[in-house]
Design a protein around this ligand. Structure first.
Ligand SMILES: [Zn+2]
Length: 130
């Protein structure tokens, strides 16, 4: 049995906000874009006007990216070496490109996730009336 941690009067449900953040959308409306550039969060949502400058994602998204990429690539490295024994230069090249590409893909999405969680839980000024 799963327990829903959000109460009925919760006006900022966690799950939809997290999905919107992962899609780099405003955690409030899901329409406006969350990012002004690759990693810069907009001050306000261009669709609903929700203030987004309160976020304090800091090193969280980078930590999560390293966590995910490391836990995916390390076993893959082992399997690739044991099963296929590719030329070391080929293997190093493939895994370098794979790690960089996956990190660049995940970093803005995980930043959106962290900002959305902070928004949903009213952290760092997100709960104010500003
Ligand atoms: Zn919005």
């Amino acid at each position: 049995m799963t327990e829903d941690i959000s109460s009925p009067e919760d006006d900022r449900p966690m799950k939809p906000a997290m999905w919107r953040g992962l899609r780099r959308r405003c955690p409030n409306c899901g329409e406006g874009g969350l990012m002004a550039s690759y990693l810069k969060v907009r001050d306000r949502c261009e669709s609903c006007g929700e203030a987004l400058y309160h976020h304090r994602a800091d090193d969280g998204p980078a930590y999560l990216t390293i966590l995910v990429v490391g836990h995916l690539m390390a076993p893959l490295l082992h399997v690739a070496f044991v099963q296929f024994r590719p030329d070391p230069l080929v293997m190093a090249g493939l895994f370098t490109v794979g790690c960089v590409a996956l990190s660049l893909y995940l970093l803005p999405r995980l930043k959106g996730l962290v900002v959305a969680i902070q928004w949903a839980r009213r952290m760092h000024g997100f709960g104010g009336t500003a």
